[in-house]
Design a protein around this ligand. Structure first.
Ligand SMILES: [Zn+2]
Length: 505
């Protein structure tokens, strides 16, 4: 391994020491080496694969710089960051704060900024968990959250002298017959429920259409609102909260108007609720925060239909569906023949002549069963099979862990695209609707550091008194980190596998 250096033409001011001196580095395969790297210059570490370039750059110098950086934080801050181990080295002198940027060939994220690759993001998460304002992703309204006393007060103000139903929402837009659920409700002593907007009596054996989505609320009580101190109102609200997991619904019996009240963050019009946010709600590395579609990567692999059917004037028989190739006497073609019979075309029809519905079954599959004429058991008139579709077959091959060949074959039909759910923002929808001064956490992570410093500069003016108190300590840390980040840096750029570079600017 050798170190070469190139003098930086521009002097960057006086430094305390001239070199970064590493003494007795023994991390991984490093053999107790000493190295002196000039500061304020571009240094390149080169060497054969396995000679320890990364062990020196990453696991020794970067790790130690990072560890010292974290040690400068207050005890308050460190509890959110976790400790770092000291690398196996006798001494490193002349080190300034370190940033490492690794050039990876996979999972390149064009949106990665300094804000996401330093601990700054951890503080932003903390700030958003404590001091942000939640908005409904359904209506854009500010989410609300009340104490039980406030809820009673609000109900009294809105429904005074009115006849109301107190309801506990338990199912929202989900499929099922719910026979057992209705039975449980009955056993708890409730005789009525509101099912898909209608009040129904829960007779023994009551159930709903299992293939349809349903919304169900338990009818807890019917009463006339007359005084705030009403014991029955209070008890019924508590009961509704218990069954509705913190959410109660009030319906005006005469106008059918419905209003939701919640101990949790909730959209006042739709009853959509969010969990109380925690720092992990804003982490794309945590299942609590990551976009469920792309698992926090911001991009997904999707099948590229142009590559599957590049020319729709060709028939399936002639190989128009590229992954299938030309007609063969095989199960998948027998299945497609069965689909073709049902939709009244044949395999020699050019693909553009195939009805849309049938083509979508061929590509995406169907739970419907099709009667095969050719079957693995010879000609049998009673052989039915459902069809998973060509795309499912490709994605199964792509995620194959056993066959590299299958994976490679499938990859030719797959393109890597921006995740349509989070549009590359990597977090789940609700996490993106927690805002501070009109910005969500991703907006901040994407800003460059000088803009971010500016944004934080007068943030208090845009916070209410309560937010200011909660955010005070966190803002102090963020500002000190931002000040720190805009100062001098030792940067390590790693470009693999050809060479490693040290650069300081
Ligand atoms: Zn996503």
């Amino acid at each position: 391994m050798s170190t070469t250096k190139k003098k930086n033409s521009k002097e960057e001011g006086q430094l305390e020491t001239e070199n970064i001196d590493v003494l007795g580095a023994r991390v991984h395969n490093l053999k107790d080496i000493d190295v002196s790297i000039p500061r304020n210059q571009l240094s390149v570490i080169t060497g054969l694969s396995g000679s320890g370039k990364s062990s020196l750059a990453f696991d020794t110098i970067y790790a130690e710089g990072q560890r010292r950086y974290i040690e400068t934080f207050s005890a308050y801050a460190r509890q959110f960051l976790g400790g770092m181990e000291r690398p196996d080295v006798d001494k490193i002198t002349g080190l300034s704060p370190v940033i490492a940027i690794e050039q990876k060939t996979t999972n390149k994220n064009p949106r990665s900024t300094v804000g996401t690759i330093t601990e700054l993001y951890d503080f932003l998460r903390l700030l958003y968990a404590r001091a942000s304002v939640a908005y409904s992703y359904e209506t854009g309204e500010k989410m609300v959250k009340y104490t039980d006393e406030q809820i009673i007060e609000l109900i009294y103000n809105k429904f005074n002298e009115k006849r109301i139903y107190i309801l506990a929402p338990i199912v929202k837009g989900r499929k099922g017959h719910y026979k057992e659920l209705f039975e449980q409700i009955r056993k708890k002593g409730f005789l009525y429920a509101r099912v898909d907007g209608e009040i129904v009596e829960l007779l023994h054996g009551f159930k709903v259409d299992r293939y349809k989505s349903h919304t169900i609320e338990i009818l807890i009580d019917k009463l006339v609102v007359d005084e705030v101190g009403d014991k029955r109102l209070k008890e019924s609200i508590q009961m509704a909260m218990k069954h509705g997991k913190g959410i109660t619904m009030i319906m005006d019996k005469d106008s059918d108007e419905v209003k939701y009240y919640s101990r949790l963050l909730m959209c006042p019009s739709t009853g959509l609720s969010y969990n109380t946010p925690a720092p992990h709600s804003f982490s794309f590395n945590s299942p609590h925060g990551a976009c469920p579609k792309c698992k926090g990567l911001g991009r997904i692999s999707a099948i590229d239909i142009e590559k599957i059917i590049p020319d729709n004037s060709v028939s399936i028989h002639a190989g128009g569906i590229i992954p299938l190739g030309k007609y063969k006497n095989s199960l998948i073609f027998w299945q497609i023949e069965a689909i073709a019979r049902k939709y009244d075309f044949d395999l020699k029809t050019p693909i553009k002549g195939i009805p849309d519905e049938a083509l979508s079954i061929i590509l995406d599959g169907s739970s419907e069963t099709f009667k095969l004429e050719n079957t693995p058991l010879g000609n049998s008139s009673n052989y039915f099979l459902s069809f998973d579709g060509v795309l499912k077959y490709i994605s199964n091959q792509e995620s194959s862990t056993t066959s590299k060949k299958a994976k490679k074959w499938a990859e030719q039909f797959i393109k890597n695209t921006l995740c349509p759910t989070c549009e590359g923002q990597r977090l789940k929808k609700e996490s993106l609707y927690f805002k501070i001064h009109d910005k969500n956490i991703t907006d901040l992570a994407q800003m460059d550091l000088s803009l971010l410093s500016e944004w934080f500069g007068d943030l208090e003016q845009h916070l209410n008194e309560k937010q200011q108190i909660i955010a005070k300590e966190i803002l102090k840390e963020i500002r000190s980190r931002l000040g720190f980040l805009t100062r001098r840096w030792l940067g390590i750029f790693i470009s693999k596998p050809k060479f490693n570079q040290f650069i300081r600017w």
